[in-house]
Design a protein around this ligand. Sequence first.
Ligand SMILES: NC(=O)C1=CN([C@@H]2O[C@H](COP(=O)(O)OP(=O)(O)OC[C@H]3O[C@@H](n4cnc5c(N)ncnc54)[C@H](O)[C@@H]3O)[C@@H](O)[C@H]2O)C=CC1
Length: 198
Amino acid sequence: MAQALLRWHDAHQFCSRSGQPTKKNVSGSKRVCPSNNIIYYPQVAPVVITLVSDGTRCLLVRQSSFPKGMYSALAGFCDIGESLEETVRREIAEEVGLEVDRLHYSASQHWPFPNSTLMIACHATVKPGQTELQVNLRELEAAAWFSRDEVATVLRRNNPSNQQQSGAVPFWLPPKLAIAHQLIKEWVEKPTCSPLPA
Ligand SMILES: NC(=O)C1=CN([C@@H]2O[C@H](COP(=O)(O)OP(=O)(O)OC[C@H]3O[C@@H](n4cnc5c(N)ncnc54)[C@H](O)[C@@H]3O)[C@@H](O)[C@H]2O)C=CC1
């Protein structure tokens, strides 16, 4: 959090209107341009992260930039003018070609890597029978459905010491501090979780 704020200050040293140096206030909550009094506040970009399920399986994806073997839920930045629900529907359609049937909010998290984002975590379902994936290979390296048992096994072994004891696992999940991990764990632990119509 502190590092994210320091990075924002470092990247906003000059006023975009006057080109003059901006000044940080005492608490570090904003910067002001002395020549025109424009105030700059630290920015947080909203990102939705969604775990899609077809009722019995969940969809996990990987990008080529992920550490080797790691799969996660689908994430995407909100575009200007979109509601969170619209972002979820657009991202899922764009990245894996699925239509969201039901959607519900789970939790949120500030994520400072590489810049400040507000992660908004949701569960979504698609209709059974409408689960065929059209993976957008410009955005994703892979996407696949996994059963609750498969994900539960990987979650149990999802730390390096357990992996050494129990041999290789087919894939692994984000660490506990990431909201993606909490979202996946919630799905595994709450099989009755039933999202509302979006
Ligand atoms: N805490 C968690 O559990 C997780 C956090 N994340 C975070 O969510 C964010 C988004 O994830 P991905 O889409 O996978 O990231 P990404 O970094 O692959 O971004 C995708 C694309 O969005 C565009 N973009 C970058 N910054 C933007 C902004 N401020 N507004 C609009 N578009 C922007 C860029 O064209 C970029 O190529 C990343 O910051 C990532 O670190 C992602 C997954 C899990």
